[in-house]
Design a protein around this ligand. Structure first.
Ligand code: KG4
Ligand code: ZN
Length: 348
């Protein structure tokens, strides 16, 4: 029986998860978010130091919650990239140490593959093929997924500039809302009118790349609109209208990708997938097109350790070759497969 310990430290969350055969046994999460709030964004050195302090306690918490002993762990998975270099290094070094001490294999995994894999914990095995929309603070990608542990990942489109989450964070900042901006906009938008202002839907003209994204122009459009206001800014209306523009663009392109590729399952994952309007509008459009939408519960959309354990569990079950113990962190690792070096190669 396998038991995978997953470690996530790519940004400001120290996440640990324990997964056995597609089932989350226990997890724990510490965040240094409050320490970054006054800087308006994550400070890598502060995040790295917080990971160092939080890691072992989070491993203990997760083990306690799962009701298992560290000695029962049969494989370790750690985020090896992408992310903040100093932050990734802490979790990867810890993963190496646990793997070496326990005498079990180490999997250096891609953070974004973890975002996709985590839905297995909520909704069971993924179908043989699906379209995945990964929307996080650093990435916005529309992908064709086969077997996540074995097949290369095909990129249908990526963002040309800001990621969706980055746009949420920047717009929140210019509206005077706290960091992180996504949850703040989501909250404030509940009292606003999404039709109050028509912000642009970037890259949605027929001549534009159908699955490409761009959020920098939308952010600038919000900034210009706010600057032009003579009186107090109607924050709730701006937040709701901006959120609507993002949700409309993301869901429209994701559904179009499913239809064009004859795929009947859409996987919506990453921090921005926690957004209530993105979830609701995507669900509505998927239903209208006969597409099954899979989206993890909000707590598993944002960074956590369970997602890294989930991708490790898939690799173990696919009999993938483990990573060498001298694997290096890669802060800007391209997404090609679940393992950092590419799709998991079969063990001989
Ligand atoms: O996936 P994630 O936790 O970390 C990265 O891998 O980047 O995503 C973080 C991003 C942040 O930009 C945050 O503002 C955004 O996800 N986010 C949200 C919501 N919750 C988190 N954006 C919109 N609505 C939310 N409810
Ligand atoms: Zn993430």
């Amino acid at each position: 029986m396998s038991l995978v310990l997953g470690i996530e430290t790519s940004c400001d969350e120290t996440g640990v998860g324990l997964v056995r055969d597609g089932v989350l046994l226990g997890d724990a999460l510490a965040s240094s978010m409050d320490e970054h709030a006054r800087f308006g964004g994550v400070v890598p050195e502060i995040a790295a130091r917080a990971h160092l302090h939080a890691l072992q306690p989070m491993v203990r918490h997760a083990l306690d919650r799962a009701g298992v002993a560290l000695s029962e762990v049969t494989a370790v998975a750690a985020t090896a990239g992408p992310g903040l270099a100093t932050a990734v290094q802490i979790g990867l070094a810890a993963g190496k140490a646990y793997a070496l001490a326990l005498g079990v294999p180490l999997y250096g995994v891609h953070h974004l593959a973890g975002h996709a894999a985590v839905d297995v914990l909520d909704h069971g095995p993924l179908p043989p093929r699906c379209v995945a929309l990964i929307v996080s603070g650093g990435h916005t990608s529309l992908l064709l997924l086969g077997d996540l542990a074995r097949d290369p990942i095909i990129h249908l489109g990526d963002t040309a500039d800001d990621a969706a989450g980055e746009a949420f964070d920047k717009v929140a900042r210019l509206l005077g809302l706290p960091y992180p901006g996504g949850p703040a906009i989501d909250r404030v938008a509940r009292d606003g009118n999404p039709k109050a202002i028509t912000f642009p839907r970037p890259l949605t003209r027929p001549t534009d790349p159908p699955y490409g994204f761009s959020f920098s122009g939308l952010k600038t459009a919000v900034a210009r609109w706010v600057e032009r206001q003579p009186g107090p800014v109607p924050v709730a209306d701006v937040a709701a209208s901006f959120q609507e523009a993002v949700a409309d663009t993301l869901s429209r392109k994701a559904v179009a990708a499913c239809r064009a590729h004859g795929i009947d399952t859409l996987l919506l994952v990453g921090g921005v997938a926690a957004n209530s309007r993105v979830r609701a509008l995507t669900a509505k459009r998927c239903t209208a097109s006969g597409i099954t939408l899979r989206v993890p519960r909000p707590a598993l959309c944002t960074d956590n350790g369970a997602m890294i354990a989930a991708v490790g569990d898939l690799l173990v079950h696919a009999d993938a070759a483990s990573s060498p113990l001298d694997i290096a962190a890669d802060p800007s690792a391209p997404l090609r497969g679940a393992l950092l070096s590419g799709p998991g190669l079969p063990r001989r």
